[in-house]
Design a binder for this molecule. Structure first.
Ligand code: FAD
Length: 549
């Protein structure tokens, strides 16, 4: 037998939304729970994220007077995810998701969300789709509530200009130069910043707020969190997982899990070897936005224990700009800018620029080598009117954008073409065709602006919120196929139990979030479709363990 150094009912690996949700649930259900986290910060990618959760038919929708039903949600899941994921698992998500949201609302003092009206599903025109959206996001919270744990929270550095704002506000602020709502929102956000300054609040929103709220829930539930404690391996006895081995202060420590081990360690975005083994090529760790330390550790351990894996060739796609400061900028709202095109190495448009980010990435890889050098081109007018790649409307381009040659520019299409190395006649033709279509407010080639999702970040003052003719001077930045995480992993059942190839259960082993194969299959149905399932199946795992007695 194993000599155990510590013993808990539930042992969770990873402190993102999935892991914290699992451990907090365990605590509220009367179990002792420990979360081990590899890095010296808790929160993982969840803390870096937008923090929205896509949980159809949840209680906050109802409270906001927004109608959704299980039937609608099922229709939409079937239309988007299809049969790529077993029906019982999709159904588990649709029924247990709302249950999870209600549980945290009822059983914790801190985990609170609000509805973000208009934050459209990503396929709002599909059967069951909701143009008004069904996502909810965490309410802003004062980080001071975390006390000494504030300093250990992973911080995001999202492009919110040092201001605290919700994603709903971000969507409007984007149009600060164009709409009354945009101006009003900038006032609200500005006043909030002033108030925080005067009162010493440490305001958190988006993913940071989600993780802070879950961290408080864990504390309230009596659960423990050990930082700088990497999971090393599973302990398997007679075919059952009975605990894990971790490194703690340089020493190997065995922790028994009386009820079960919940893996929630995220994906393998930072492991070049696994990327090359599984993902479409080219692929680079430099292209991920995922938090450090996600090297597929629990995936490897699961495989060694005989687990089946699925969806390994998929990432949560995130078309991105590698900026000269060594960071990656995730293009979300920027791809809705009206006088803008994205072209390939030959100067041709090949994709609807406003596509949901994961699908944009699929198109890049389908288009092949030519897409690997893509350029996002805007004109001077757009630069003055819209938020773009982290710059306020009209904000001068940072010095290093020019000095490093990162930002390309040209008075005319021909001049720009020479700068970015694409055939001048092709780029000129692309922009001329785009301008003709934009003048008619209809993108005949790719349908940009036709979906409610395209319009969400678009300019509502234009006949087509996503189209406006372009004219020089032009600016261009490179676009790479980034990711916000990998989506393949251990195959789990309706109770979040890890399965072997023959479909049998590995007793004592559960998984959720990006170390498990996504319940959304090859698609991304709406804002928060990674965090919603991560929290739900964390909750489901802990609930199942509690029910075992
Ligand atoms: P994570 O939150 O990544 O947590 C995993 C944790 O496990 C990490 O802290 C890691 O250090 C730890 N770990 C790894 N290995 C070990 C080990 N060996 N031992 C112990 N611990 C280990 N998703 C949405 O749904 N909505 C959004 O709005 C959204 N916006 C995003 C924006 C950005 C910029 C990014 C980067 C991501 C966004 N995502 C969004 C994706 C989302 O953040 C992730 O899919 C989600 O956080 C995954 O949660 P998780 O619990 O599986 O893993």
């Amino acid at each position: 037998g194993t000599t155990w150094d510590h013993e808990y009912d539930v042992v969770v690996v990873g402190s993102g939304a999935g892991g914290l949700a699992a451990a907090a649930t365990a605590g509220r259900r009367g179990l002792s729970a420990l979360v081990v986290e590899k890095t010296d910060k808790y929160g993982g990618s969840s803390a870096l994220s937008g923090g929205a959760i896509w949980v159809p038919n949840n209680v906050y929708l109802e409270r906001a007077g927004e109608r959704d039903t299980l039937e609608n949600a099922r229709t939409y899941m079937d239309a988007t995810v299809g049969d790529r994921v077993p029906a019982d698992r999709k159904e588990a998500y649709l029924t247990r998701g709302p249950e999870m949201v209600e549980f945290f609302d009822r059983e914790t003092s801190h985990v609170r969300f609000m509805y973000t009206p208009g934050y459209s599903d990503y396929y709002p025109e599909a059967p069951g789709g909701k143009p008004q959206g069904r996502s909810v996001e965490p309410c802003i919270i004062d980080g001071k509530k975390l006390g000494p744990e504030f300093k250990n929270l992973r911080r995001a550095g999202l492009p919110t200009y040092g201001l605290t704002m919700t994603s709903g506000e971000f969507g409007k602020l984007n149009m600060v130069m164009r709409t009354w709502k945009g101006k009003q929102t900038s006032l609200v956000v500005g006043l909030r910043a002033v108030k925080a300054l005067l009162t010493g609040q440490k305001l958190l929103s988006l993913g940071e707020a989600l993780v802070a709220r879950l961290r408080l829930a864990l504390r309230e539930a009596g659960g423990e969190l050990w930082l700088s404690t990497p999971f090393q391996d599973l302990v398997v006895e007679d075919g059952r997982v009975t605990g894990i081995k971790v490194l703690r202060n340089g020493r190997e420590v065995a922790i028994r899990a009386r009820g079960g081990v919940v893996l929630a360690a995220g994906g393998f975005s930072h492991d070049q070897e696994l990327r090359e083994q599984y993902l479409p090529k080219p692929t680079k760790t430099a292209w991920t936005h995922a938090s450090e330390g996600q090297t597929g550790d629990t995936l490897r351990a699961g495989l060694a224990a005989g687990a089946a894996v699925d969806l390994m060739d998929k990432v949560w796609g995130a078309p991105s700009v590698p900026t000269p400061d060594g960071k990656l900028f995730f293009l979300v709202a920027d791809r809705a800018v009206p006088s803008m095109v994205i072209v390939d190495a030959e100067g041709d448009r090949y994709v609807k620029e406003t596509l949901p980010y994961h699908e944009f990435l699929d198109r890049m890889y389908e288009h092949g080598e030519k897409a690997m050098t893509s350029w996002m081109i805007i004109d001077e007018w757009a630069h003055r009117k819209y938020v773009w790649v982290g710059l306020f409307p009209g904000q001068p381009f940072p010095k290093d954008w020019k000095s490093t040659g990162f930002l390309k520019s040209g008075e005319t299409a021909e001049e720009l073409a020479a700068q970015i190395g694409v055939p001048a006649d092709r780029l000129k033709a692309t922009i001329e065709r785009f301008n003709a279509m934009a003048a008619g407010a209809k993108d005949e080639d790719f349908g940009r602006g036709d979906s409610a999702y395209d319009n969400y970040y678009g300019d509502p003052t234009l006949p087509n919120p996503n189209l406006r003719p372009m004219k020089g001077p032009f600016y261009a930045v490179p676009v790479v196929p980034g990711d916000i995480g990998t989506k393949g992993g251990l195959v789990t059942d309706t109770e979040a139990r890890v399965l072997r190839h023959d479909g049998s259960v590995i007793e004592g082993l559960y998984a959720t979030g990006n170390c498990s194969a996504a319940v959304t299959g090859e698609t991304y149905p709406g804002p928060g479709a990674t965090l919603g399932p991560a929290m739900t199946f964390g909750y489901v795992a802990a609930t199942h363990i509690a029910a075992q007695g």
